[in-house]
Design a protein around this ligand. Sequence first.
Ligand code: GLN
Length: 343
Amino acid sequence: MSERSSLELLASSIRSVASPFRAYLGELHDRHRTLAEGTVADYIPELATARPEWFGVCAVSTSGQVFDVGDCDRLFTIQSISKAFVYGLALEDRGREAVNGKVGVEPTGDAFNAIVLDEATNRPFNPMVNAGAIATTDLIDGDGATGRLKRVLEMLRRYTGRHHDVDVPVFLSEKATGHRNRAMAYLMLNFGMMSDRVEETLDLYFQQCSILVTARDLAMMGATLANGGVNPVTGERALDERYVQDVVSVMLTCGMYDYSGEWAYRVGIPAKSGVGGGITAVVPGRLGIGTFSPLLDAKGNSARGIHVCEDLSRDFGLHQFNAARPERDLIRWMEGDDRTGAS
Ligand code: GLN
């Protein structure tokens, strides 16, 4: 073999080594691409412009490998996924006891936008449904409306490693039509569960829901939680390690709204979904998963996203309570991949 051809061989092997996991994700994407279950959310008028065919799946390992397929660079609004991360910031700002005093950690079995508070304590049930998320957002510190939004955006930057913006038309659309959320906030004010800066907090809540992210961002956010609160690519800490388990456990019990019990049973991976079509899932110590497909089922969860997570959980034994040795070892399937996320 000539010197040139052996060098070429080496170069091409360096360029093209792709792990079996990357091929697996490609097949997974292909399998669910044509699934037409569900509808695009339209109760926030601006969300109705999403296209049913958009579909991205990304996984980021805790060692920082990025695997992506499909629409992983397309921006969409984070919606309720922000709730898990803002909950983490509230815990940092106020501590566990103060946060627990304003919002519980009990699954509701009710829809995400139900107007219901715990009768005994007047607290919203958990931070993953709208009432609880609004109470949580109220706890975010900062200098006025702008300062508080800046802190939320900065928090998200630590998770994803990049700067984020608010989608202003979605924010305004939500602000103009979010009467139900406004009603919940005033009900909580009535019970002394909210401060009197209600309109400022509602704006911040609508803005946090309107932050633009990609499926890759969601996977990176999941991987950061899976990695104990440290972004595995930048090495920056996004969340105090004391609060990682708080956020992740509430994701497992409450993250998929009134599908959370079924999700914990069937998939067993802590996750949070949003009506923009995203899901962030956390496999502690191993990886984060981000999916994006705006077709939602009746409970407001991304239909394709659910199928993707179900398949990943089953095929790699990722269910939290699975004690059996998985047929496919995830870490080995990821090994040898030298490609970056930019495919
Ligand atoms: N911003 C949306 C709302 O408040 C978030 C809901 C969601 O993603 N489930 O209705």
